[in-house]
Design a protein around this ligand. Structure first.
Ligand code: FES
Length: 467
């Protein structure tokens, strides 16, 4: 342990931590922008500067290590003045269109200006050229990029996709694919993790709302919405509830109130997926046990981000994928065939919307194999954030809504489908189903001993095992 003083307070911290980390151990707030705890430390924005006695220049607290005997001032007049100028420099090359930016009121840069007390933008100068790149899932607006490079770290080190990086030098620096290529012509998995960590509106989900509003206003369309399991545990955050609060009932009520004709649960199709995938796995295992050819291990095909990744990076292993559609496209196909027939509608009169936790689903519905006779299984995909915007735009008092429910029959499901929303859930549901199909008994709660692959980065290790 080391001992230092921050703002006159005696601090004890593990040797090796940065000044920022030491301060946060004692709830001393230091503003930051480019820093992302445990993931990205680059030191580019300098917003986290502090004054260290004996040091000539202000120190970026996210990269400078705390040392024994250090005396640090995090909010001295010199520090506060420096942070304001640094912020104004960032603003001098940033479009000030907050009112019509999709990240308005959900933007770290905007929030930072408020925290620092910046009330004017005194500096103006040359602006970086704006380039807007719209892929099926992700929209890049380079004019809003603050070059924090969080997205680069997440894409390269966490996901190991490597679709984006910093290009050019100095004022000409932009973050994007090599040679200025559009995102959808690269190995981008469309997972959207870059949009999650982007502190501004430079990387956002591609708009799906316009199409959905138009369908709702079209009396010739029967508009069906389905919701993925993870959304009901994430939507509440957009309305100020603690992360993880389950809002299934209020969400169903809100969707009915917005005007969707049918509110279905993707869990219904998750159950179908498990039966399909479990049966397919049994078939492959039987084939292997009787000396036949079988691609084992079998890999899930539920995630379009994963499918795109394996197509780009591990094409030799495509045969290991299950042949099942993803659950939401399965439900879309059912809604436009089985359900449409039951209610006397033609497939082309049905408009299916999926609310999903992953931007790759936006890309997936455009794949030519995801539909029949030129009619897509799903017509639009919204993210959780987009659904929240839709609820707010409809003037719905979300927190005081009654607890509603999904419509039948495509709103029924089991616990196996529910756990799709958590890491390892798909595999657990599939293995438990296979066990029951083979033995006729339920696998005990603690009877499953497997390790899920988490994130695309771990795919590399698993891939070596398969090889
Ligand atoms: Fe420390 Fe950006 S947060 S330099």
């Amino acid at each position: 342990m080391i001992h230092l003083t921050i703002n006159g307070k005696a601090i004890e911290a593990p040797d090796g931590v940065t000044i920022l980390e030491a301060a946060r151990l004692y709830n001393i707030g230091i503003p930051s922008l480019c820093h992302l705890k445990d993931i990205h430390t680059y030191g580019s924005c300098r917003i986290c500067v502090v004054e260290v006695e004996g040091m000539k220049n202000l120190a970026a607290s996210c990269i400078v290590k705390a040392k024994e005997g250090m005396v640090v001032h995090t909010h001295s007049p010199k520090v506060r003045a420096a942070r304001k100028v640094l912020y104004e420099l960032l603003l001098s090359d940033h479009p000030k269109d907050c009112l019509n930016c999709t990240r308005n009121q959900n933007c770290e840069l905007q929030e930072l200006g408020y925290t620092l007390g910046v009330t004017e933008s005194r500096l103006s100068g040359e602006m970086s050229p704006a380039k807007v790149d719209v892929s099926p899932s992700i929209t890049r607006d380079t004019s809003k990029c603050v070059l924090c490079r969080r997205c680069v770290t997440v894409c390269n080190r966490i996901q190991e996709v490597g679709a984006i990086g910093a290009q050019n030098r100095g004022f000409a620096t932009v973050v994007g694919p090599a040679m200025g290529l559009p995102l959808d012509s690269t190995a981008c998995a469309m997972c959207g993790q870059c949009t999650v960590v982007c502190p501004t509106g430079a990387l956002t989900e591609t708009d799906g709302l316009s199409k959905v509003w138009a369908a709702l206003e079209n009396p010739a369309k029967r508009v069906v919405v389905q919701v993925a399991p993870a959304v009901r545990a994430a939507l509440g955050e957009e309305f100020g509830l603690p992360a993880g609060t389950l809002v299934t009932g209020k969400m169903a009520s809100a969707l009915h109130e917005i005007g969707f004709d049918d509110v279905f649960d993707t869990d219904f199709a998750a159950d179908l997926t498990i039966i399909e995938e479990g049966t397919e796995l049994l078939g492959r295992l039987s084939a292997a046990l009787t000396g036949g050819e079988a691609a084992l291990p079998m890999l899930t095909s539920c995630s379009p981000g994963w499918i795109k990744h394996i197509e780009h990076k591990y094409p030799a292993q495509l045969g290991h994928l299950s042949s099942c559609k993803s659950p939401h496209t399965m439900l879309g196909a059912l809604a436009k065939s089985f359900y449409a027939e039951k209610i006397g509608r033609k497939p082309e009169e049905m408009f299916v919307v999926s609310v999903m936790p992953c931007t790759a689903k936006k890309y997936e519905i455009q794949r030519p194999e995801m539909g029949q006779n030129g009619i897509p299984d799903v017509d639009a995909v919204l993210t959780t954030r987009e659904l929240a915007r839709m609820i707010k735009a409809s003037g719905i008092d979300f927190l005081n809504l009654p607890e509603g429910g999904f419509d039948r029959p495509l709103g029924l499901s089991t616990g196996a489908a529910d756990i799709f929303g958590v890491t390892g859930g798909v595999m657990e549901a599939a293995l438990r189903t296979v066990y029951e199909l083979v033995t006729g008994r339920e696998l005990p709660f603690d009877g499953l001993h497997v390790t899920p692959i988490v994130g695309l980065e771990q795919v590399k290790t698993a891939s070596l095992t398969i090889e």
